[in-house]
Design a protein around this ligand. Structure first.
Ligand code: EPS
Length: 402
């Protein structure tokens, strides 16, 4: 029901996004979206590009007097760096004849993209495969995030590790053990994580991570890491087991895995559940204030592809950035000889940014399933549908079995 499309090259004029399918009458501002864009830009270990860009969105359509119209929302983010790349990125006939890139970087889309699209310049592959595109996604998903906030659904994240440096206190475990207060909202964690230059929750860990990033920089190397992204206030009943492509966990995994450099996604206890007895994995069912709950949340808030009503918890891993200042071996496509890979300005670490992008993808998928279930044309209509649903869940089930 909802969809978005992005367009734009990393060093082109701008990034464009069209978001479609959201209802009318909820508040949306460019400030709200730009705040999320700023969060994505932050983080120790980013390269000089982030000093050039100061991402701001302009809303071109779909909003009037601060409220959505239900019409397509067109968004634009301008690339400041374009002014330095006009000749390289010209739409018309090339102004410069030299400067084609012929040495692919291992780990990037340079070689696969060049082979697949039959390019004569690796630059053509670099531009669209660049993680710059994720700014568009964050903009699009800010609409979803704002929509969800109308229903008390909140999304948060933190960086769990960078370069194998983990915190002393396992915050993820706390989430999985379902030890959060009832009224806890996920964005509180993001608020705390945003205060750290690497989005870590532990001060001691943060300084160790920064030291390790400094070592990576000095050695012309890069680092990856893991992060946790989760949503609170998600009702029971989103997603379905009726068909493979309606499963909430499958849909979330796809969305998170689609982020540049993400190599692993876990739901709840994830891989660790394969090492335990079943009795230490499955979440016992409880009755709490006339509704169902669980003693633990190892399932990460999803059973049978359907949300349980507990926080949805995702953990993911990002590989180290593929551009190395101390390059690996490659092949020059011009000479077909072995050479050192090409150096290109880039980030050393982008795990903090990745965690914010993952929040966005999670917000989008939850909004999609939420609208599929409670959909309507105006926010008022959806609120009414949602209220009726919440009021009757427990009542209906207890009546059915009497
Ligand atoms: C990226 C390379 C770097 C990053 C970029 C992703 O850009 P540049 O080649 O211009 O130095 O900074 O990320 C962004 C521009 C961004 O907005 O996140 C890459 O090769 O993927």
């Amino acid at each position: 029901m909802i969809r978005f499309l992005t367009a734009g090259e990393s060093h082109g004029k701008s990034l464009c996004t069209i978001v479609e399918g959201f209802p009318s009458n909820f508040e949306l501002s460019s400030e709200y979206i730009s705040h999320q864009l700023k969060r994505r830009q932050a983080g120790y270990g980013r390269g000089t590009r982030m000093k050039i860009e100061s991402d701001e969105v302009e809303i071109l359509s779909g909003v009037r007097y601060g409220k959505t119209l239900g019409s397509p929302i067109a968004l634009i983010i301008r690339n400041n760096d374009w002014s330095n790349w006009q000749d390289v990125m010209t739409i018309e006939e090339a102004k410069i004849k030299s400067g084609k890139i012929s040495i692919p970087r291992p780990g990037h889309a340079d070689l696969t993209g060049t082979v697949k699209y039959n390019f004569d310049d690796i630059r053509n592959s670099i531009e669209r495969s660049s993680a710059r595109e994720t700014a568009s996604r964050v903009a699009a998903a800010s609409v979803a995030r704002k929509f969800l906030s109308e229903f008390g659904i909140s999304i948060g994240s933190f960086v769990e590790s960078i370069g194998g440096i983990y915190p002393q206190e396992n915050y993820l475990e706390k989430l999985l053990l379902n030890k959060l207060q009832n009224n806890f909202s996920a964005d509180k964690i993001s608020f705390k994580a945003d205060k750290s230059s690497v989005r870590a929750l532990d001060k001691n860990q943060e300084s160790k991570i920064i030291d390790k990033i400094k070592v990576a920089k000095k050695n012309g190397d890069t680092l990856g890491g893991t992060f946790v992204v989760f949503a609170t206030g998600v009702p029971v009943g989103l997603g379905s087991f009726m068909h493979f492509d309606r499963k909430l966990d499958a849909d979330i995994s796809h969305a998170i895995m689609s982020i540049n450099a993400v190599k692993g996604v876990e739901i709840g206890l994830g891989f660790e559940s394969s090492e335990r007895f079943g009795s230490k994995v499955h979440d016992e069912i409880l009755l709490k204030n006339n509704s169902f709950s669980r003693k633990t949340n190892f399932a990460g808030g999803i059973e049978g592809g359907i949300s349980t009503g507990l926080p949805v918890i995702i953990r993911a891993s990002m590989k180290p950035i593929a551009t190395l200042m101390n390059p690996l071996e490659s092949v020059d496509l011009k000479t077909m000889r072995t050479v050192a890979s090409r150096r290109e300005r880039s980030d050393f670490v982008a795990v903090p940014a990745c965690s914010v992008i993952a929040e966005s993808m999670l917000a989008w998928i939850i909004a999609k399933h939420f609208l599929e279930k409670f959909g309507g044309d105006s926010i008022q209509e959806i609120k009414q549908n949602y209220k009726n649903y919440l009021k009757n869940i427990y009542k209906n089930i207890s009546k059915n079995f009497r």
